[in-house]
Structures are given as structure tokens and as C-alpha cells.
Design a protein around this ligand. Structure first.
Ligand code: SF4
Length: 362
């Protein structure tokens, strides 16, 4: 890639309009260009057949057109048919950095989990990405292109299968890259484009950054919001999620209320059960008190063990008792099975393995 050329995919639609005007072209050319980039996924300016040759040549002279590509595919090993297995992708970005994207099939659904940052600065104790450190934010195009790449994989491997849902739950904290996350949602929900989701089928997940939740509440997005809670006791939550210090539970509850009031839509509280850490009756009662005051759904999830990190997934007996305590308090609980333990599906693990030049002490 010629590094002197600017990346055209760093331009939003309003910026493309300014650009084509500067190049002496009518504004509607920007919409045509945008469609070639984000609906047709064209990799060559000269293939943009409804744009005049002179403009195509000017664009090719001044701008680069990089795209992300899948460089490694790891499929879960089990007895289910291939189309039902969790599949993890290593996606290479234009500067040779890599992120992970995961395809999670379930009955009637094909969910893709996308990354928003290379690494993450938040260092959550249970998360492999948190041990990588932070390299950079992904652009809106890089976030959207993970979805295009996985849909392309499905088109080849399982023709006719379509992605149905997107979760922003891969590497990185989406609310630390909120401008690009918002722009990527606009790209992925652009009606009339080949890949166009209802925003109700897109979930943004956070470890509970209150400022970002409030920005989302006042944004024009209509996406779902999931909060990784993992403990409703501040001292325990702090041990898992260092950023809980600046975002204590009281503030978090207030921000969640602002979001649910503004969007008239429940949030999902995600709780990962860790053996002998957050799975006692007292933990369940604290969780019930926190959730009881909010418009929310509850997802209990298994922990995907990470080498050298001293947490274990809760056993069946303690998990059932925890669930029963929540049910007794009148809460509705969904239990999500663990996906992809055989392919290192805990976020960040595949990318860490593919960074041979960096040592990672877990
Ligand atoms: S859980 Fe999310 S926010 Fe925490 S370190 Fe991992 S990627 Fe970052």
C-alpha cells in the first residue's frame, strides 16, 4: 500500500460529499462511492462503473482502498454438524494488526461477534484481551468489514445462510471507541445495502462505562445494550473489572435507568459465574437487589477458562442454587451455554497466539 495515499474508508458519508465537491463533482457521486464501498465491497476504484473515469482515476491516484481479510479459521470441535459449530476468525487489518471475530450459530440465528479495538486498555482480570494491552481503535469500516467477511465465509461454506444478529462483544471496549462504533452501526444498518441489519438485532456490550452508556442513551441508535456485571458487590466487581472504580455500581444503575428510559428497551445484565468467587447465595441476593430496580434481562454465562488465570467455571450444583435464588426473587434468567472452549473462544486468545513477537504473561 502506498502510505502517502489516504485511506478512503476513513471518510464518513458527509466527508465523502465534501471530498467529491472538492474534486469538482456533484454531491450525488458521494452516495455512489459509499455504495461501492459498503454495499458492493469493491476493492478497486476502476471497477466503480457508474462513476466517471476521470473521477475514478483521481480517486485511485490519491486514495487507498484497503480491506480486512480472514487469515485463520478455527472451528469448534464437537459432534454437531459444521453449520452449527462456533467458528472463530482471525481478521487481518490493513496495517497487519489482527483482531478476532466469532460466528455463533444457534437455533434460528447466526450471530457474529465483532471486535472494536486491537487489544484493550481496561485489563479485566478474566479476559485474555485485557492482558494484551492496547494498540489502537478500529475504524468504523474495519468493524463493519468483519461482518462482511463472515457473511462472505457463510456464502461460501453454507450458501443461503445469512447472519441474523451482531454483538459488539469481541476484543476491546466498544464505548471507548464510540464514534466509530456508532458510525459502524450506521454502515451495517444502511437499508438497501447488501448487508443491512435492523438496529434491534445489534447489541453493544460494555463492562459498564457510565459516560458511554449515557452517550448511547442520547444517540440516534436503537441498538440493544448488554452490561457485563459479573458481581453486584462493588468490592468483588472491582477485583474483576478495574474500571469499576470510576464507574461504581450506583452510578452504573443510574446510567442504565437513563438508557432504558430514553430507549424504552431493557438492557441485558451479563453475569459470568466463577466458582467460589461470585456464585454464593449472598452474591445471588446482591445481584437480585441490583437487577430488581432495573428494566433488564439476565444472562448467566459460563466462563471460558484462560490458561494461567485462576478462575474456574461454576459447577452445576452451585449454578442451579444461584439460579433458584434469582427465580425466587421473581427475576427471569437465561442461561447461555459455553461456546467454543475448544477453539480458545474467550476473547483475545487467538490474537494473542498469533503475536509471535510479543510475550504475554497471563
Ligand atoms: S472484558 Fe472487554 S473491556 Fe474488559 S479487558 Fe476484555 S475486552 Fe477489555
Amino acid at each position: 500500500m502506498n502510505t502517502l495515499k489516504k485511506n478512503i474508508k476513513n471518510f464518513s458519508l458527509p466527508e465523502l460529499k465534501m471530498l467529491v465537491r472538492e474534486l469538482g463533482e456533484p454531491e450525488f457521486r458521494a452516495a455512489q462511492l459509499h455504495r461501492w464501498l459498503y454495499s458492493e465491497h469493491t476493492d478497486d476504484f476502476m471497477k466503480m462503473s457508474n462513476i466517471g473515469r476521470t473521477l475514478r482515476e483521481k480517486l485511485a491516484e490519491r486514495f487507498s482502498l484497503p480491506s480486512c481479510s480472514i487469515v485463520q479459521v478455527s472451528e469448534e470441535e464437537n459432534d454437531t454438524p459444521s453449520a452449527e459449530r462456533t467458528t472463530k476468525f482471525l481478521v487481518r487489518l490493513h496495517d497487519s494488526e489482527a483482531v478476532e471475530t466469532v460466528l455463533i450459530p444457534a437455533t434460528g440465528r447466526q450471530t457474529v461477534c465483532v471486535s472494536t479495538q486491537v487489544g484493550c486498555p481496561l485489563h479485566c482480570r478474566f479476559c485474555a484481551t485485557g492482558y494484551m494491552g492496547f494498540t489502537r481503535n478500529l475504524s468504523a469500516a474495519e468493524i463493519a468489514e468483519q461482518v462482511y467477511a463472515v457473511q462472505g465465509f457463510l456464502d461460501t461454506r453454507h450458501p443461503g445462510d445469512r447472519l441474523t444478529n451482531i454483538v459488539y462483544m469481541g476484543m476491546g471496549e466498544p464505548l471507548l471507541n464510540l464514534d466509530n462504533v456508532i458510525e459502524s452501526v450506521h454502515l451495517l444498518s444502511h437499508q438497501g445495502y447488501r448487508v443491512a441489519f435492523s438496529q434491534k438485532r445489534i447489541t453493544i456490550s460494555t463492562v459498564g462505562l457510565t459516560g458511554g452508556i449515557e452517550r448511547l442513551a442520547t444517540s440516534d441508535l436503537n441498538t440493544r445494550l448488554a452490561i457485563s456485571l459479573h458481581s453486584a458487590l462493588q468490592h468483588k466487581r472491582l477485583q474483576l473489572i478495574p474500571s469499576a472504580r470510576e464507574n461504581p455500581l450506583e452510578d452504573l444503575a443510574r446510567s442504565i435507568r437513563r438508557f432504558t428510559d430514553a430507549k424504552e428497551s431493557p438492557v441485558t445484565l451479563v453475569y459470568m459465574l466463577l466458582e467460589d468467587f461470585n456464585d454464593s447465595r449472598d452474591d445471588a441476593l446482591a445481584f437480585a437487589r441490583f437487577a430488581g430496580g432495573l428494566l433488564c434481562k439476565i444472562n448467566l454465562i459460563d466462563y471460558n477458562a484462560i490458561v494461567n488465570i485462576k478462575f474456574e467455571s461454576t459447577g452445576t450444583r452451585r449454578r442451579d442454587a444461584f439460579i433458584q435464588t434469582l427465580l425466587d426473587k421473581g427475576l427471569q434468567v437465561t442461561v447461555r451455554r459455553s461456546h467454543g472452549s475448544s477453539i480458545n473462544a474467550a476473547c483475545g486468545q487467538l490474537a494473542i497466539q498469533n503475536r509471535p513477537s510479543q510475550e504475554t504473561t497471563l
